[in-house]
Design a binder for this molecule. Structure first.
Ligand code: CA
Length: 142
């Protein structure tokens, strides 16, 4: 297979990231993640000042196992593709995010603490709280 582009998204809305690969002169491949292991936190960052998707924001988390991770809100990863804009952070067996900091593209910051795992949250720039987004499918976490 000669692949052209790759994108990821939680296609089946179960909390894990699935993969879509396009092939030159060939079919589209959808690879559904059925691993059913590991906790996660999915974050939808909503910016202001004309950058509603918060592209360029940096998300730093520290989970209850002490692991620190950094993710970036970005528009794409691969040629001619668009992955989902929410950021999914894998937490393995950690049951919460102890600290979460977003550095917005304009340099301002938002900080939160003690967020339970396996949630989809929306953080809006300038607000001191976050909204929980209901997931239509129960996450398949063991
Ligand atoms: Ca999925």
């Amino acid at each position: 297979m000669l692949a052209r582009s790759t994108a990821y998204a939680d296609i089946d809305l179960d909390g894990d990231l699935d993969l879509v690969i396009t092939e030159n002169q060939g079919p589209i491949h959808i690879m559904q993640n059925n691993s059913k292991t590991g906790n996660f936190l999915k974050i939808l960052a909503k910016g202001n000042n004309g950058n509603k998707n918060a592209f360029g924001a940096t998300i730093d988390v520290k989970d209850s196992n002490g692991l620190k991770q950094t993710r970036f809100v970005k528009s794409s990863d691969s040629y001619l593709s668009q992955s989902e804009t929410p950021v999914t952070i894998g937490l393995a067996n950690a049951n919460k995010v102890v600290t979460l900091k977003i550095t917005w593209p304009d340099g301002s910051q938002s900080s939160f603490s003690d967020i339970d795992a396996n949630k989809f949250i929306k953080i809006t720039q300038g607000r001191q709280d976050f909204e929980e987004i209901a997931m239509p499918v129960t996450p398949t976490i063991n």
